[in-house]
Design a protein around this ligand. Structure first.
Ligand SMILES: Nc1ncnc2c1ncn2[C@@H]1O[C@H](COP(=O)(O)OP(=O)(O)OP(=O)(O)O)[C@@H](O)[C@H]1O
Ligand SMILES: CC(=O)C(=O)O
Ligand SMILES: [K+]
Ligand SMILES: [Mg+2]
Length: 506
């Protein structure tokens, strides 16, 4: 962390601020999935230099030791090199998937071939040819002859022709590559079958162990896969408070199960953020509905003051190619234009050939679209609903709304917010103002958590209840580092004092 008498800011952000000026600082945050292609210290560092705000580890893949090493490297990078990269752990969840194919990269299913899906486990040498083990014991009971079995939402399709005890015999009707641990859904008369498989726990026993591991390893966020209702998020939150009192771990609800859609508002309400996990979502609802759900979730999150991540296949072709397709650029532009808090790379950064180039595309598209919105004075006139539960909080909320409008009208250079919990910073971010929001928070864990939110530039700073002295100190520290200059117009708010100040830097 770069530290000058108690003021710490991300090294890359500081450089960007100086180079491009406040207004052209990127507002949309970037999450990168760390995988075999990006797990070494130098590779993670290259992503951090390229603008990664959050590193994601996916517990579907790799061992806990592997993840522990990655998390350690991110921490080390933050400490030694002045970054504030947050760590997000993503749970596996217990939806139905195939086995790891004994670690072969992929296997081809040809048109008309007969394959067996079974709940039996095999030792490597005894596995019969064209046999796939399924992780869910009730599988053979849930499916019926005539059901369609979709691998990865339709990358490969089978039809069930016979059931023999634990074995389900299928014929391939749409050939393609089977990938290790690919997700399986089954469809009857054009509808997704939700039978006993709908009762699978959102957090499996393996997930609980992973969560213990995550708490112990000090992750900043836990993303819960296949959330169906708000209950599971509440249970996890009380579990974490029990295990680790005072914990700042944020819980991200992944919207990827058809069951989550009828409980969206409650789920978002109890979570600390949401991810539109378009990969699995697109295997559970018709594809043409995925963009509509994305739009709805982004709007709802904004209303409920929660950050939202748009994930999966943003730059899928860049797994293999150094440039994206025009359609992918349009998709990224759409998510930035919708003002999602963050965009996420999956395979592109985990195992693709061009992780840094993919990151650069997200960065440049974000900057371009954000600039365009500013130039068009595309200010949001969205009526934000009141999220506070007490009158005092409602006053703070109103102050944040007014501050943002004021900053836009006065063309302020930045908003400064002194925030003990991060809440006031979040209420400002929610307004999506034109200028960047410098958020001063007392701990590095709050600083990292704020790094997921739109437009926030998180600093770590010890501050007191005396706003006058906080301001004097911050201004002189920032001026000394050429991060603000005389003549800049700054609007200041805090959760110490319910007031708005507009200050021209002298
Ligand atoms: N830790 C890891 N070890 C090995 N391979 C990994 C790891 N993390 C990711 N990958 C590879 O990158 C791919 C994309 O990662 P991603 O996190 O999107 O997973 P996914 O399998 O699509 O599941 P999810 O629905 O949770 O995103 C994976 O399918 C896997 O091949
Ligand atoms: C990210 C994720 O889990 C998905 O898109 O399915
Ligand atoms: K996962
Ligand atoms: Mg998923």
């Amino acid at each position: 962390m770069i530290e000058a008498a108690g003021l710490e800011v991300d090294r890359v952000t500081e450089a960007e601020l100086k180079e491009n000026g406040f207004r052209s600082t990127r507002k949309t945050k970037i999450v990168c999935t760390i995988g075999p292609r990006t797990c070494e210290f130098e590779e993670i560092e290259a992503l951090a230099v390229g603008g990664m705000n959050v590193a994601r580890v996916n517990m579907c893949h790799g061992t806990r030791e592997w993840h522990r090493d990655v998390i350690r490297r991110v921490r080390q990078l933050n400490e030694e090199k002045g970054f504030a990269v947050a760590v997000m752990m993503d749970t596996e969840g217990s939806e139905i998937h195939m086995d790891d194919l004994n670690d072969v990269e992929s296997t081809k299913a040809e048109d008309g071939q007969i394959w067996t899906f079974t709940v039996r486990a095999f030792d490597q040498p005894s596995r019969p040819e064209r046999t796939i083990t399924v992780n869910y014991d009730g599988f053979a009971e849930d499916v019926k002859v005539g059901d369609e079995l979709l691998v990865d939402g339709g990358m490969v399709t089978f039809v069930v022709i016979e059931k023999i005890g634990p074995d389900v015999i299928c014929r391939c009707t749409d050939p393609g590559l089977l990938l290790p641990r690919a997700n399986l859904t089954f469809w009857r008369n054009g509808s997704l079958v939700r039978e006993r498989n709908a009762m699978l726990p959102t957090i499996s026993s393996k997930d609980w162990l992973d969560i213990d591991f995550g708490i112990e390893a000090g992750v900043d966020f836990i993303a819960v896969s296949f959330v169906k209702s708000a209950e599971v998020i509440k249970t996890l939150k009380s579990y974490i408070i029990d295990r680790s009192p005072g914990s700042q771990i944020g819980i991200i609800a992944k919207i990827e199960s058809i069951d989550s859609l009828k409980n969206l508002e409650e789920i978002i309400q109890v979570s600390d953020g949401t991810m539109v996990a378009r990969g699995d979502l697109g295997a559970q609802i018709p594809l043409e509905q995925v963009p509509l759900v994305q739009h709805e979730v982004i709007q709802l999150c904004r209303q409920l003051n929660k950050p939202v991540i748009v994930a999966s296949q943003l730059l899928e072709s860049m797994i293999e190619y150094p440039i994206p397709t025009r359609a992918e650029v349009a998709d990224v532009s759409e998510a930035v234009g919708q003002q999602a808090d963050a965009l996420m790379l999956s395979s592109e950064s985990a195992m693709g050939q061009y992780p840094e180039k993919a990151l650069a595309v997200l960065r440049s598209v974000s900057l371009r679209i954000e600039k365009c919105r500013r130039e068009e004075k595309h200010w949001d006139v969205t009526d934000l609903r009141i999220v506070s539960s007490s009158k005092l909080d409602e006053i703070s909320e109103e102050i944040c709304n007014t501050t943002s409008r004021m900053a836009n009208k006065l063309k302020a250079d930045a908003i400064f917010v002194y925030t003990k919990t991060g809440q006031t910073a979040s209420l400002l971010s929610r307004n999506r103002p034109d200028c960047p929001i410098f958020a001063f928070a007392p701990s590095t864990s709050i600083q990292r958590c704020l790094n997921l939110k739109w437009g926030l530039i998180p600093f770590r700073l010890d501050f007191s209840d005396d706003m006058e002295s906080n301001l004097n100190r911050t201004f002189s520290l920032l001026k000394a580092r050429a991060m603000i200059k005389s003549g800049d117009l700054i609007i200041v708010v805090s959760d110490v004092m319910q007031s708005i100040q507009a200050i021209k830097v002298s």
